[in-house]
Each structure stands twice: as C-alpha cells, then as structure tokens.
Ligand binder design. Structure first.
Ligand SMILES: Nc1nc(=O)c2c([nH]1)NC[C@@H]1CN(c3ccc(C(=O)N[C@@H](CCC(=O)O)C(=O)O)cc3)CN21
Ligand SMILES: CC(C)C(=O)C(=O)O
Ligand SMILES: [Mg+2]
Length: 288
C-alpha cells in the first residue's frame, strides 16, 4: 500500500477501469466571459514551465503562455523572433502543470496576420498540440475579421490592444500608448472592433488609464489590464517580473518577491560550502 500523498500517486487505473479520459475541471471560456462587470476581478499570470504552472494554478483564473518567453526564457530582445514550436512546447508544459486555470496561448508574430485561414491553421495546431482553451492575438480593427473567423470555427480568441509588443518595429519602443486624442480614439475603436468580432476577453496594455476605463465601460467582454487600470475586469503580469526574477521591468510591474535575491543567497551559500568542504556532510552521502 503506497504511503505517498494522493497528489503524488500515479493513477494507473485510468486506462483499464475507465478508458474514457474525463475532462478536467477547468474554468471555461464561457465562465470567463460571464465575469464581466463589477464582480470579482479575473486573475491572470504568465506561465512557461510545468513547475511554474503547478505553483500558480491554484491562485489563478487564467494562465497565459505569453510570447514574453522571448525575453524571460530565451534572452531575446523582442517577441518578434518567437516561433510556433516554442509556443506549442511551452503551452503543452503549462497545460500539464495545471488543472484549474484556463490556459491561453499567445500566437507568435507572423503566425496569424496574413489571413484568417493562416490564423486558423496555426491556432488549431496550438490547441491540438497543447490542450489549451484559447489563443491570444495582438491587434485591433485589422484583426477583427480573423477573430470572427476563428471564433465561428471553434477557437476562442483573447484580444490584445494598446501597447502591442509584436509591433515594436512600427512603434519604435515600448512607450505608453494613447497620449494624443487621435491615438486614444483609435485604441478604443480597436477594442470595440475586437469585442464585436467575438473575442471572449481583451488584454489592454500600456495605455493612459482613461482609455482603459472607457474601453472597459464600452465592451461586453472582460478587459484584462497590464499598465492600464484597476477598473479593468481583471489584471495580468509577467510572473518573473512580479517575483523579481527579471532585471529590468516596466513601471506597471509591482514586485511581490525578490526571488533573484533568494536564489543568489542560496547559491552563494552552496558555493562557499563546496569550497570549504562543509558540503556534503554525512547526511548527504552513502556509507557501505
Ligand atoms: N519581462 C517582460 N515583461 C513584460 O511586461 C513584457 C515582456 N517581458 N515581453 C513582452 C512585452 C514587452 N513589454 C514591455 C517591455 C518594456 C516596457 C518598458 O520598458 N516600458 C518603460 C517605458 C519605455 C518607454 O517609454 O519607451 C517603462 O518604464 O514602463 C514595457 C512593456 C511588455 N511585455
Ligand atoms: C504581457 C502579456 C499580456 C503578454 O502578452 C505576454 O506575456 O506575452
Ligand atoms: Mg504577449
């Protein structure tokens, strides 16, 4: 009889006694959509690895496999270089590490912009290969026909307006968006078009607060803010930023922990103990 706690026992009975895999109890896209309005805000964080997903899952409504893995995992300068393979592999890991949160996967730059058909081929591949619930695409009015195309064919889409990092080569940087009246109006129009096309939720990133409040009041789906407003229907941050694992972070990040400091202290102690031969001790070695 195994003494392992239940969470660590392998359930080998599934294949024999119960050959039909049961769907897991995850938050669904329709239930996320229903969370529009002044109720409890939606909690979203990025996740890229199985262990990260396991630790975040109990506390989050949604886990975003963000293309920010470019900077966070791969040391790339921008998200432009991210590939379908990267999103598919990290997406699958995050789905394996979670059972409660809905998993959303960012579509990488170049995988959806050319046509609705291109977007469907790549979005369906991401859902098949990862088991995620939905995809996220950056863009506004121009993307509306694509969002409608995917939604009508069974692929839930999260939108992303305002500061859209995949457009860094057009924008020239990651500065706040919507400072001119014209740009502000354009961002609101983008969000309205994305919502009308059927997006189940919209990320609003890096805009003046008044824009985020106006969009949140205008669209029928929940808005998820990052550098936007506490009045959005939910919030998202890059996990490594809020844990103090990433060196240079935008103004909109709040640091909840200094994990880099924690790791630095532990590794420094290990290095000192190896060099002084005080590790390993009898506790860590085998005696015949
Ligand atoms: N670690 C990480 N965190 C993020 O929030 C993030 C990524 N990576 N990668 C993808 C995009 C890029 N994002 C970014 C990146 C940099 C700034 C930034 O440095 N903002 C400056 C202002 C820059 C300017 O005015 O030009 C700031 O201080 O807020 C903002 C958003 C958001 N996303
Ligand atoms: C910052 C969030 C919204 C994102 O798109 C990402 O992590 O890639
Ligand atoms: Mg992204």
């Amino acid at each position: 009889m195994s003494t392992l706690p239940k969470t660590l026992t392998l359930d080998t009975s599934t294949s024999r006694a119960n050959p039909t895999p049961q769907p897991m109890k995850r938050l669904t896209v329709p239930r996320i959509r229903q969370r529009k309005g002044g109720g409890e805000p939606l909690v979203m964080l990025t996740a890229y690895t199985v262990r990260q997903a396991q630790l975040l899952d109990p506390h989050c409504d949604m886990l975003l496999v963000g293309d920010s893995l470019a900077q966070v995992i791969y040391g790339l300068p921008h998200t432009v270089a991210v590939t379908m393979e990267m999103m598919a592999l990290h997406g699958a890991a995050v789905v394996r590490g979670s059972y409660h949160a809905a998993v959303i996967v960012d579509m990488p730059f170049g995988s959806y912009e050319a046509s609705p058909e291109q977007a469907f081929a790549n979005a369906s591949r991401l859902l098949k290969e990862t088991g995620a619930a939905a995809v996220k695409v950056e863009g506004g009015k121009v993307l509306a026909p694509t969002i409608e195309f995917l939604t009508q064919r069974g692929i839930p889409v999260m939108g992303h307006v305002g500061l859209t990092p995949q457009a860094v080569n057009i924008l020239g940087g990651y500065g706040v968006r919507g400072k001119s009246d014209e740009e502000a109006r354009s961002i609101v129009e983008d969000a309205v078009a994305v919502a009308q096309a059927g997006a189940f939720s919209i990320v609003i990133e890096g805009v003046l607060e008044s824009i985020a409040i106006e969009i949140t009041g205008k669209v029928a789906c929940p808005t998820i803010g990052i550098g936007a407003s506490a009045q959005c229907d939910g919030q998202v941050l890059v996990t490594d930023d809020m844990l103090g694992m990433f060196e240079r972070v935008p103004k909109f990040v709040k640091r909840y922990q200094d994990m880099a400091g924690v790791i630095d202290g532990a590794v420094k102690e290990y290095a000192e103990q190896v060099r002084s031969r005080s590790f390993p001790t009898d506790d860590q070695i085998y005696k015949g």
